[in-house]
Design a protein around this ligand. Structure first.
Ligand code: ADP
Ligand code: MG
Length: 230
């Protein structure tokens, strides 16, 4: 489904990604781990279409998606919310650009993560963890077949993280999306992913791949936190 083919990326003389290739199959749930500064966020910016490759190709179902925004559900490492737009507007901004904002779905997801009452607030009224959840919903609201989430739960407390993990699992179970996510939390990688791609230090290339040798929990097994925000 998603094909990363022999890509290179440098910033001036700093080579960040070198000869990197991998594939994500339909419905696969894959974690990427690697040292800080190895090039994980750069890789996601390339896949998200906001930065250009030096070499190679990024294909989604054989279509070249280089520099095409809004094709995948992309959640950057920093929430990047527009300070002059409300939370609801921030969630639907990508779809707005494509003239089909799904306001009802956006509201439903905001409610699901306990942010319904912040719909008309502005980003500066929200904590870092809240902004991260808004950014997460922005990535999933447009219902793309593939999600690329860059450290989606890093700013959350343990309770909220568990709840969001369960929720992401339930989205994956229901809609069979392909999900690629970066984490520094090995436990989270083992818990959620089918496969873990380990990157080398900069320039990033694949050090090894680990097939997670046990079944992940089902989302309902960890739903006991569901009422946390109620
Ligand atoms: P990671 O997400 O794995 O921690 P990044 O992809 O953010 O790593 O960064 C990889 C390297 O590329 C770092 O050394 C960082 O300083 C550098 N880098 C990232 N973006 C830019 C940029 N726009 N200009 C110059 N250097 C950059
Ligand atoms: Mg990063």
């Amino acid at each position: 489904m998603l094909n990363i083919q022999d890509i290179d990326k440098s910033f001036g003389s700093l080579q960040v990604i070198k000869n990197l290739s991998f594939e994500i199959k339909e419905g696969e749930f894959v974690a990427i781990i690697g040292p800080s500064g190895s090039g994980k966020s750069t890789l996601f910016q390339l896949i998200g279409g906001i930065s250009a490759l030096d070499k190679g190709a990024i294909l989604l179902n054989s279509e070249d998606i280089q520099l095409k925004r809004g094709i995948i559900g992309y959640m950057p490492q920093q929430p990047c919310l527009l300070p002059w737009r409300t939370i609801l507007e921030n969630v639907t901004i990508v779809e707005e650009l494509q003239h089909k904002p799904n306001i009802l779905q956006a509201r439903a997801w905001l409610e699901k993560v306990g942010l319904a009452s912040f719909e008309d607030a502005y980003p500066n009224a929200l904590s870092g963890g809240m902004q991260q959840r808004v950014s997460f919903i922005r990535a999933i609201v447009s219902d793309k077949p593939i999600l690329c989430l860059d450290e989606p739960f890093s700013a959350l407390d343990e309770f909220t993280r568990l709840e969001m993990q369960a929720w992401l699992l339930s989205i994956w179970e229901k809609h069979r999306k392909s999900i690629l996510f970066v984490t520094h939390n090995i436990e989270e990688a083992l818990f959620l992913a089918d496969r873990i791609i380990v990157l080398t230090k900069r320039p990033a290339t694949i050090k090894k791949e680990i097939i997670v040798p046990f079944d992940r929990p089902r989302s309902e097994d960890i739903r006991h936190t569901e009422s946390f925000h109620a």
